[in-house]
Write a protein that binds this ligand. Structure first.
Ligand SMILES: [Zn+2]
Length: 156
């Protein structure tokens, strides 16, 4: 499959084909770190690491929209890492909370766009909980996250 940008995901990724080579199943040693649990996906340029369950679902005939949205989220991070330069991106992501928040909102926005196209809903309360948790090193409060996510969902 050709490497696409997030704008044409819905035509390429969503059909449950062979995933591009940069998309991998998350394995040891990533899984031993709490921040990198088996349930979460990661974009570590140039690779996307997915929990095995999500990977299997995506390669099935009818992938769950939620999982396609997860892939789109991570691919958005990869696209941005490529644009900014992965090292600069990584440093900023680690050390600048507002940058981290913005990158997450952009990635979530791409996923939301896909989910909306598919007629799916989005639980912004749940996303806000994640975004304001230790998983993202407390880059934002729940209230602000919820408000921002609601407005991103509305404009998608
Ligand atoms: Zn993310």
């Amino acid at each position: 499959m050709k490497n696409t940008n997030s704008s044409d995901f819905s035509y390429t990724w969503a059909t449950g084909m062979i995933l591009a080579k940069h998309i991998k199943i998350k394995k040891f040693p990533w899984t031993v770190l709490p921040l990198f649990s088996t349930y979460t996906a990661h974009a570590i340029y140039p690779y996307i690491y997915l929990p095995e369950e999500i990977y299997r679902d995506l390669t099935s005939k009818k992938p769950t929209p939620r999982n396609v949205a997860t892939l789109i989220h991570e691919q958005t991070h990869i696209d941005r890492q490529k644009k900014v330069g992965w090292l600069i991106w990584g440093l900023k992501y680690c050390f600048i909370p507002s940058f981290r928040l913005n990158e997450e909102l952009v990635a979530i926005g791409s996923s939301m766009k896909y989910m909306k196209q598919k007629g799916e809903k989005w639980d912004t309360a749940r996303s806000a909980q994640f975004l304001s948790s230790y998983l993202y090193l407390w880059c934002v409060s729940y209230e602000v996250a919820k408000q921002k996510l609601d407005s991103v969902w509305k404009e998608k």
